[in-house]
Design a protein around this ligand. Sequence first.
Ligand SMILES: [Zn+2]
Length: 390
Amino acid sequence: MTRRGLVLLLVSAAVIAMGVSRPRGLADVLAVRHWSYPDYTRVVIELSEPIETHVQHLGPDPAAKKSERLYLDLPGIWVGRNYKPGIEIADGLLRSVRLGQNTLRTTRVVIDVEQYDHHRLLFLTHPDRLVIDVYGERDAGSRGGVPGARHDDRLPADAREVRTVIVDPGHGGADPGAIGVGGLREKDVTLRLSKLLIAKLRASGFEVVTTRKTDRTVSLEERTAIAEASKGDVFISLHANAAPRRSVQGIETFYPDANHERHSLRVAMRENGVSRDQLDELQRTLAKLRIGEISPYSERLASLVQGQLAQELPSRYGKIQDLGAKKGPFYVLFLSNMPAILIEAGFLTNRSDAKRLRNGNYLDSVATQISTGLERYRDSGSTLARRNSK
Ligand SMILES: [Zn+2]
């Protein structure tokens, strides 16, 4: 079973293609990866520089013997003949991905589709890459099988029993996240908190999968690939906050939604590692996404978890601002198709919060409250599934 799909890494060499030299000043395609999920296939194209593009859809053209396809033009990108044979996917949704030098200064990506309903395009950074998700009714007779296929794919989110929790410690490896008072690093706090949370969740009867167990770099799409491949039922991303004003403190929990508050944008820019311009692009994309189905469950989960944290922690640890459950445009939350929340467990830039975030007892209490919030979500939200399984 190919869980993560084929990974193709390319060394971009000084290529002479089509009898002409490579023009100056062009950027490269560094890698093309793909992953297959029950409802969609994800294609990621890693580039050495950011670009702007959009996806075009072309219906089948029997006269020209051309099947249905999507294409994108990548301005300022050189691939030469590196991808001449194309990359076969053949997962019942996509047939293949082809890249070629369309003009001297433009690379064209063609995605041959077998089944197509809709698609979405995202721009991620560090490294710069395009994420193209193609949705459709997968051809049941396709070869290769579908990793992550599950019997209850068609059940609405509240009818699924909450069994598997994906715990996602934010940042890691080359990405330290925010750095706070006394050099306290977000990536260390989130990893430590994740270990405590995983123990609590297992003790409460959940299956748990984590996106990283060590201090390693994990891309946003890899985090969600792990979640999808592990058949997660909910996704919990752990973070710690930062603010220019050192007096700002407290706990907040985000859930994905097309609309959001101004404050959420600033947090999302930091957590997504993107600029303001890119975030505007993301918002335009978000407005077109079908996250409406999942969003109410994420919201309920966020308010249950935030409620536990805000209610139970201050009595033991002093003043902790309840910043609430909020809507936020976080890549990591809507790159997967499951209810998802992102917890900011305190401000590393605030002296009192940072002191607590260094304290193992405090992190243990945070883990307990998150776990309790999840238990409440499980007990209130899966009545149908439990009735059916009896
Ligand atoms: Zn973070």
